[in-house]
Write a protein that binds this ligand. Structure first.
Ligand SMILES: Cc1cc2nc3c(=O)[nH]c(=O)nc-3n(C[C@H](O)[C@H](O)[C@H](O)COP(=O)(O)O)c2cc1C
Length: 185
């Protein structure tokens, strides 16, 4: 089992990292974590090279990440909520998923047929309590990577509390791990 976690937090030891670290311990198989703030991935320039070629012209760290996305059985998007959305860094990183959108809708290729990837989302915020926009975006990005959304954890209130001390959040991570570890798909 291979799981790829995309972490959109700027803080190396922040709450998103704490939750993804916990999930990593619960998951079977190989787990890779990409931190978008440190990954050195340029944003899509809409050059449209991929409209006529099956790859991205930008030669940077995303080339290796494309390979990981394609090989993954599970993909997890984890992010702090910034102004009700996923972080800007995660969205900038995600612009490179345009490669997959173009494959499907411009070049009419079915990249994900026969694959059965599962997807999950982890969101934290200071206490605003507004998850729907960020969750909707994360689900959309999972779809671009061929992953079926299965479950999410959302902790609102990091200004006051540690999500790792919250039983509902810990149970939520257990539930995500149980789904992602399932061999029958
Ligand atoms: C630029 C910025 C925007 C933020 N916007 C929101 C927000 O809209 N709602 C909210 O509840 N918290 C907001 N926060 C707080 C973060 O979501 C919160 O501190 C989160 O726990 C940080 O996660 P991390 O520890 O993984 O980096 C914002 C923080 C920053 C820096």
């Amino acid at each position: 089992m291979k799981t790829l976690i995309i972490n959109g937090s700027p803080r190396k030891n922040g709450f998103t990292a704490a939750l993804t670290g916990r999930l990593r311990e619960l998951l079977d198989g190989d787990v890779d974590i990409v931190e978008t703030y440190r990954a050195k991935v340029s944003p899509c320039m809409d050059c449209r090279y991929c409209w006529t070629h099956p790859n991205c012209v930008l030669q940077d760290a995303m080339q290796d990440i494309y390979t990981k996305i394609e090989a993954a059985d599970n993909i997890v998007i984890a992010s702090p909520i910034n102004f009700a959305e996923l972080t800007g860094s995660l969205l900038s990183w995600a612009s490179r998923l345009q490669l997959y959108w173009v494959a499907k809708y411009i070049r009419n290729e079915d990249l994900w047929s026969g694959k059965n990837k599962y997807g999950a989302v982890i969101l934290v915020d200071g206490g605003g309590g507004l998850k729907d926009i960020a969750l909707g975006t994360a689900k959309r990005l999972l779809r671009e990577m061929g992953a079926k959304f299965k479950d999410f954890v959302y902790f609102s209130g990091t200004d006051e509390n540690d999500p790792l001390s919250d039983e509902t959040t810990l149970n939520g991570l257990d539930n995500i791990a149980a789904v992602l570890n399932s061999a029958v798909r």
